[in-house]
Design a protein around this ligand. Structure first.
Ligand code: IMP
Length: 428
């Protein structure tokens, strides 16, 4: 199980892609087209948002019940992948997953505009409104595409209410029932072959002794329950949600790998205690290519925050850590690492604050480690890393009491060091 240990964009796509080579099934259990995975294979870049990244390696790729699926985005990705020679007949969609409909996207956009300065900074892909409708039990599910009559009826019922909201509350254009119904009936026909009982499929695969990889989207601190609410996404990226999001027992998870950058980034609003002051932040952003896959927005960059990472280790039960983009730090002579927070009452804590006001007003307490100031291009083992880089990795392990099982030193699939061997990590 791969889970984002920070605010998303930790480089999970690449780690999943790597471990997918040793897996039989790859599953997404939450989130929707707000996720952006960048995978580089043989110099070719794939950016996918909705379909699990395992598809690139031809693995059975599951979107579980906990996901939301935008049919338009899904089908565009299918077309793009097929046109580039990647087969999509390995993709399976849970009938219980909810659909992101055009009104969800419109409401997400209108709601953010209305919030103005108080906006969440969402990806504006309709994620929050789709999960809200799911919780309110008025959502449209993937399985509804199996029956054209039911689909049309549900679209009609939903639009009767959503159009009132759009026109009267948000003062934007309503949708035409005929136009939406016709478009989604056409989408439905194309979605049907992908619909499957994915809980049964994954259970069967596990019973057959197959290796199943769960890929979390977003990250721990964007979790609806355990993240920095309200600046979070509307689903649960944490590891425990893989069981509910797929429909398997929690005892089926053998290994939980948190993915964290060697620094931190965040897109959207909300506190980021270790945010780097402007000139150096710009440098990290440029070196790390820190611009959103989905929205193209600049990511805010900070020094590694071990308080937040220790929290991620706790709420996910991390069994090991993948530390990505270590090479980006090669440019710096000194590397501050946040080890504690200074709280407004003057006390210091190494534990993530339980109360949001403490987190919003805390200041980072740094320990400064020596940089290595040399490229990591030629490093092909832990031993070949510069001593200061090894020390950086050890410092993380000691602070979290979690082993670092994978180290990213560059963008390509090959540029990941695995001190214990990839096979051992991928097949626990
Ligand atoms: P939403 O998921 O579009 O509702 O956005 C809610 C928050 O989650 C915003 O701060 C987004 O920037 C953030 N977010 C959503 N998906 C991702 C992701 O894949 N990577 C990083 N941040 C994300």
């Amino acid at each position: 199980m791969i889970v984002g240990a920070q605010w998303g964009d930790e480089g999970k796509g690449k780690i999943v892609d790597l471990l997918a080579q040793h897996s039989d099934v790859v599953c997404r259990y939450q989130g929707g087209p707000n996720a952006g995975h960048t995978i580089i294979v043989d110099g070719e870049t794939f950016k996918i948002r909705q379909i699990p990244s395992g598809v690139i390696s031809g693995k059975v790729s599951v979107l579980g019940a906990g996901c939301v699926v935008d049919p338009q985005v899904f089908l565009e990705e299918v077309d793009e992948l097929e046109s580039r020679g990647v087969a999509t007949d390995v993709v399976r969609l849970s009938g219980n997953a909810h659909l992101v409909m055009p009104w969800h996207v419109a409401i997400d956009q209108a709601s953010e505009r209305r919030l103005g300065q108080l906006q969440i900074g969402t990806t504006r892909r309709g994620i929050g409104p789709a999960y809200s409708d799911k919780a309110s039990r008025i959502g449209i599910r993937v399985q509804d595409v199996l029956d054209p009559k039911i689909l049309r009826q549900k679209i009609e019922v939903a639009l009767a209410e959503k159009n009132v909201w759009l026109e009267r509350v948000y003062e934007v254009e309503p949708f035409s029932l005929e136009e939406v119904a016709d478009r989604y009936e056409a989408h439905a026909q194309r979605l049907r072959p992908y619909v499957a009982d994915t809980s049964l499929l994954v259970d069967q695969a596990l019973r057959d002794g197959k290796f199943v990889l769960f890929e979390g989207a977003q990250g721990t601190l964007l979790d609806l329950d355990h993240g920095t609410y309200p600046f979070v996404t509307s689903s649960n990226p944490v590891a425990g949600a893989a069981a509910t999001g797929i429909g398997i027992g929690p005892n089926r998870l053998d290994s939980i790998i948190g993915v964290a950058k060697a620094y931190v980034t965040r897109v959207g609003e909300g506190p980021l205690p270790s945010e780097i002051p402007p000139p150096q932040q710009q440098q990290v952003r440029e070196l790390g290519g820190e611009f959103g896959t989905v929205t193209g927005r600049e990511r805010r960059c900070g020094w590694l925050d071990l308080v937040a990472l220790r929290y991620a280790a706790r709420v996910n039960g991390l069994t090991s850590l993948a530390l990505t983009k270590l090479d980006v730090l090669s440019a710096f002579a000194e590397l501050p690492v946040c080890v504690r927070y200074l709280l407004p009452d003057g006390s210091e804590t190494a534990d993530f604050p339980a109360h949001q006001s403490d987190f919003h007003h805390c200041r980072p307490v740094y320990e400064t480690l020596a940089g290595w100031e040399e490229p990591l291009d030629t490093c092909d083992s832990l031993e070949s890393l510069p001593a200061a880089a090894r020390r950086y990795v050890e410092f993380v392990e000691e602070s979290l009491d979690v082993e670092v099982s994978l180290i990213g030193t560059g963008a390509e699939r090959e540029r990941v060091l695995s001190p214990r061997g990839l096979e051992t990590v991928a097949r626990p």
